[in-house]
Design a protein around this ligand. Structure first.
Ligand SMILES: C[S@@+](CC[C@H](N)C(=O)[O-])C[C@H]1O[C@@H](n2cnc3c(N)ncnc32)[C@H](O)[C@@H]1O
Length: 341
């Protein structure tokens, strides 16, 4: 398609380009072209040609590429910059599902936000508003915003594909490094209990690494155990995992002690710690997780050791922040060791 253009010799091109820009006559949707010593400057349609510098002609020029979209919020047409700024920059992507924490004031416009995210993130089929995890099963409350299909998806973490249902069973994409770190501590021949295993990322990562002799993965949410069974069925090396639908209380009544126990129930796990400590052999480790207020973090290791005193001598071998949990608290990983008798 031809559109108005001014043709000028190359030596005059910059002077005339500025003149056109100063009079708001330059078109910004087509590229400036240089050819055989001439420069072609695109001008806006409807401009009075008699007032233009240079030689006005009609010809086709390549169109400008739109700038790449770098943030899903740029896709929210008609939103003010202030409203956009209220939206979080980050969101979680779990397989084909994207989850975003919507500020309360913008819940009514959630469908537009969902649609923007669905278009922006490659491979996303459905977008939900994330209202956090609740109740003993730590299930996530999710409201649909855009897209369709089930909340169940596959998610690749540390090279393993997990069956995940973002609504039916706990899963967080923010624990990947922790799953790999704990798996890395496992010594050849260890027996492992993964208590409160969710869909089993600790158990699966440990099984894949291949050093553990046996792994029992325990959770009281039947949906979590069903998802773990589905992931496990796809990998021959996962056979050494025994998934168990049971509460920590019931499981710990009859389970023999093993070299490594993981207890990842960060808000309530402390009430099981004395009982779970009896499941760790002498010299074994308890990987324990807790949300800790920053103000009390320094004294927490000593408090934990005191809580464990009923079952042998314990020390804290290592602790670190897994991620911030709230403005005043962190999720902390503790590696507690039952000292040799
Ligand atoms: C924070 S999630 C753990 C997730 C998992 N370890 C991971 O890394 O993804 C806590 C899990 O504990 C389970 N749970 C809560 N109370 C329990 C109990 N008393 N006995 C067994 N499982 C429990 C919940 O169903 C939930 O799956």
């Amino acid at each position: 398609m031809t559109e108005p253009v001014v043709r000028v010799p190359r030596r005059d091109a910059e002077r005339i380009r500025r003149q056109l820009a100063d009079t708001d006559s330059l078109a910004h949707d087509r590229r400036i072209l240089e050819e055989d010593g001439w420069v072609y400057l695109p001008v806006r349609p409807g401009i009075d040609r008699s007032l233009l510098p240079g030689e006005p002609i009609d010809r086709a020029l390549p169109s400008m590429e739109p700038p790449p979209v770098r943030d899903y919020r740029e896709l929210l047409a008609g939103w003010s910059a202030d409203d956009r700024a209220l939206l979080p920059r980050s969101y979680d992507v779990i397989g084909e599902i994207a989850l975003i924490r919507l500020p309360p004031g913008l819940a009514a416009r959630g469908a537009e936000v969902g649609e923007a995210l669905r278009r922006f993130v490659p491979g996303v089929r459905r977008v939900g508003a994330d209202y956090g995890v609740h109740g003993p099963a730590r299930r996530r409350r999710v409201e649909p915003l855009a897209g369709s299909g089930p909340w169940r998806t596959r998610y690749r973490e540390n090279g393993i594909e997990f069956e995940v249902d973002v609504e039916q069973a706990y899963f967080s994409p923010r624990l990947a490094r922790e799953h790999a770190r704990v798996a890395g501590r496992v010594r050849p021949g260890e027996r492992v209990y993964d208590l409160c295993c969710g869909v089993g990322p600790f158990a699966m990562t440990i099984a894949r690494d291949g050093r553990a002799a046996a792994i029992t993965a325990v959770d009281s949410n039947p949906a979590a155990i069903a998802l773990l069974r589905a992931s496990r069925a796809r990998y021959p090396w996962a056979e050494r995992i025994e998934p168990r639908e049971a509460s920590v209380e019931r499981f710990s009544e009859s389970a023999p002690p093993v070299e490594r126990v993981i207890l990842n129930l960060p808000h309530e796990g402390i009430k099981y710690v004395p009982r779970v400590a009896t499941l760790v052999t002498s010299g074994g480790e308890l990987q324990y997780y807790e949300v800790v207020d920053r103000g009390t973090a320094d004294r927490r290791p000593a408090e934990l050791v005191a809580t464990l005193a009923g079952s042998g001598r314990w020390s804290v071998r290592e602790r670190h922040v897994v991620h911030p949990y709230s403005p005043g608290a962190d999720l902390i990983a503790f590696t507690l060791v039952r000292e040799e008798a």
